[in-house]
Write a protein that binds this ligand. Structure first.
Ligand code: GUN
Length: 283
């Protein structure tokens, strides 16, 4: 019998603990501020940014939104980041990705001060993650680790297979599972005999971006299946990378979409913002 991993429950638990600490700080006259930058009119990015602002409100952070037009130059965006880096009242900065094509995404990510990089995407924070000295690591894979912890799913010695090698999910996911002594394999579009590799996974993480990509034949009996995908199917319905109905019976634990990893990303963003603020206070 499989168990559905409830990302809403775990994300509420995390947000509530952040809320409690934020309230303590507020009672000492300290407010935590997250600056969110969005460039252009991508509708999905707009939804994500609104959800991030709502979460800030919930936990008691101040959020500042900088909605810049599509034609914003790279220089203008970088100078906004410089200004926010130098503003002591701003604890966390994130620029919603993707940015328009005429702007170099890597330059933007690396302009954000590592101490305020609540996405954990900067070279310094990625390097720290791989050295096992991380404090600000990518929110989605950190959210997956929190789900595993909450459900007492031990990673040590397990075969962990990740499908997808993005900088946002696949690669940091590998680092975090490795840190917990998992035996980690990253698969991608050039992987040969993909189903053969994935069907050896005790823990399978799908981060492909294709609806229904993971089918039952790709999954080992009693595996833990974590679906990071957020896609729309032919009917426009939100769905993950895993063919949930076909796969669920084979698993021991499985995350649904929606209600699995999605809410965790935002909860971990709140947690990272708190961590950033606490670190800044000490330095
Ligand atoms: N676009 C898709 N996912 C993310 C994320 O986690 N952070 C940012 N900044 N942009 C994204």
């Amino acid at each position: 019998m499989f168990k559905i991993i409830d990302g809403k429950e775990v994300s509420s638990y995390i947000k509530n603990s952040v809320k409690e600490k934020a309230l303590e700080l507020k009672n000492n006259g300290e407010e935590i501020t997250l600056a969110v930058i969005i460039v252009g009119n991508d509708p999905a990015s707009r939804v994500y940014v609104n959800n991030k602002k709502k979460a800030c409100e919930y936990v008691g952070f101040r959020s500042l939104e900088f909605a810049l037009p599509e034609e914003t130059t790279e220089e203008e965006l970088l100078s906004l980041i410089d200004r926010l880096n130098g503003d002591d009242t701003v604890n966390g900065i994130l620029c919603q990705l993707p940015v328009p094509k005429h702007i170099d995404e890597e330059k933007v990510i690396d302009r954000i001060s590592p101490d305020k990089d609540v996405d954990g995407f900067s070279k310094i924070n990625v390097g720290k993650l791989w050295l096992g000295e991380y404090d600000l690591a990518a929110c989605t894979p950190m959210g997956v680790m929190e789900l595993l912890k909450y459900y007492d799913i031990d990673v040590c010695g397990k075969n962990c297979v990740i499908i997808g090698r993005s900088n946002i999910v696949g690669k940091p996911m590998a680092a975090l599972l490795l840190e917990k002594n998992g035996t980690v394999t990253i698969c991608h579009s050039r992987t040969k005999n993909l189903a053969e590799v994935t069907s050896k996974a005790d823990i399978l993480v799908a981060a492909v971006g294709r609806a229904g990509f993971v089918t039952a034949d790709m999954v080992k009996e009693s595996a833990v299946v974590i679906d990071v995908g957020i896609n729309r199917n032919a009917e426009g319905k939100l769905c993950g990378d895993v063919d949930f109905e076909a796969v669920k019976e084979k698993t021991s634990y499985i995350t649904p979409v929606p209600g699995g990893c999605g809410p965790m990303t935002i909860a971990l963003l709140m947690k990272n913002t708190l961590i950033a603020a606490e670190k800044q206070k000490k330095s």
